[in-house]
Ligand binder design. Structure first.
Ligand code: GAF
Length: 392
């Protein structure tokens, strides 16, 4: 059970003996389409969801940063000036790597950690962990926005997204791209964030779900995954090797029309990794066009094709995700796909209002029949990005 704003403030007061200077919140995200394209300088189309991390933050009179969470009552603290050495020595571990990593990364981007005041931070979250909905970016973005304000840094939201990514890459140790932090910081209600991960240009794309009487249903398989280990880094390396063999700086520069040449040059596995990214970039562009011209009822085939590409070419799906997608499709979804980095986490389905309950039941029954753990299903609403909130 997560705290209300007032409970979080009271928790801050009982821990520190004073009021927080403010409360900031940032959402998790669902990626509508564009998977494993961000670190290939391609296109993504995520949206911020109505599940948020909240951070109650207050300045201290010394130079200590102390982080506490409601999901793990321990506190971790360092001198701000010690963060760099602690990171190098591998002493920043567990969930505290996200908020402490952000403070460190702000320093790398120009904040003077020898002069800014210390802070107490208490974190609370309603973003499920390990579900592929980016609970990590939600922590990073709420803390980045808070420290940006309290330390008067004046960094743009785009820069704060880069700060969050740097924290994740260097302190958490996951070689992820810029998508999740961008969605969490730049999301707007009823809309998706169309991001060009090369130029970092952003366009807000209205989704029009309510007018079309459509919901986005999340089907969390509860198969947990981590991008700091294993498959994610391997996929990234295969993309880089594929681009290099094609003589391209990144797969952004490889087009669908280059795929015949790619097939001749690359081994089968690398070719399929490349084909996923190249066709997925095109699917993102097509989805944006179709949304603008025809609306969300017309994007189902693109979502379905994206899932098949991740299942067969990029090989990041798992049987639970495939089952969720296929069951949703068979029970009236407009389209469905796994979302996020893969190897576990959640699938999404674009669903007419009247089919939501039927699909939720059908997915649960299908999982039981296959002997899989019961999935958690819920609808999400495209929501506003990170913001400062009232403390009451
Ligand atoms: C994870 C990463 F954090 C993102 O940067 C992105 O690569 C995604 O997997 C796959 O599209 O969420």
């Amino acid at each position: 059970m997560s705290d209300t704003a007032q409970q979080l403030s009271e928790r801050f007061i009982s821990l520190t003996g004073r009021e927080p200077d403010g409360l900031w919140s940032a959402p998790g995200r669902v990626n509508l389409i564009g998977e494993h394209t961000d670190y290939n300088e391609g296109f993504v189309l995520p949206f911020a969801i109505d599940r948020r991390t909240r951070a109650a933050v207050g300045l201290r009179t010394d130079r200590v940063i102390r982080v506490t969470s409601t999901f793990d009552d321990t506190s971790v603290e360092f001198q701000l000036t010690e963060l760099d050495a602690a990171h190098t020595a591998g002493h920043i571990v567990g969930w505290s790597a996200y908020p402490l990593g952000v403070a460190w990364a702000l320093g790398q981007h120009g904040a003077d950690l020898t002069t800014v005041p210390g802070v107490d931070i208490i974190i609370d979250s309603t973003v499920p962990v390990g579900a592929g909905l980016s609970s990590s970016a939600a922590i990073e973005s709420s803390v980045a926005l808070a420290l940006n304000a309290l330390w008067s840094l004046g960094f743009s939201r785009e820069k704060l997204a880069q700060v969050g990514q740097l924290a994740e890459n260097e302190v958490v140790g996951a070689p992820t791209g810029i998508m999740d932090q961008s969605a969490s910081l730049l999301g707007e209600s009823d809309s998706a964030v169309f991001l060009d991960c090369r130029s970092l240009d952003v366009a807000v794309v209205p989704l029009g779900l309510a007018q079309a009487e459509l919901s986005i249903l999340v089907m969390d398989t509860r198969v947990s995954h981590s991008h700091a280990t294993g498959g994610y880094a391997e996929r990234r390396a295969a993309c880089e090797a594929g681009a290099a063999a094609m003589g391209a700086t990144s797969l952004r520069d490889v087009n669908v029309s280059d795929l015949d040449r790619a097939r001749e040059l690359l081994d089968d596995v690398t070719f399929r990794r490349v084909r996923h990214v190249v066709t997925e970039n095109q699917r993102v562009l097509d989805t944006v066009r179709v949304l603008n011209e025809e609306g969300p009822l017309a994007i189902g085939a693109l979502l379905d094709a994206s899932h098949l590409s991740m299942r067969d070419d990029f090989e990041i799906s798992i049987p639970e995700l495939d089952l969720a997608v296929e069951t949703a499709q068979a029970h009236g979804a407009i389209g469905a796909r796994m979302t996020g980095g893969g190897f576990g986490g959640a699938a999404i389905a674009l669903v007419p209002y009247e089919s939501v309950a039927e699909i939720e039941n059908a997915v649960k029954e299908a999982f039981a029949a296959r002997g899989f753990a019961e999935p958690v299903t819920f609808t999400v609403t495209p929501s506003t990005g990170a913001e400062r909130n009232n403390t009451e």
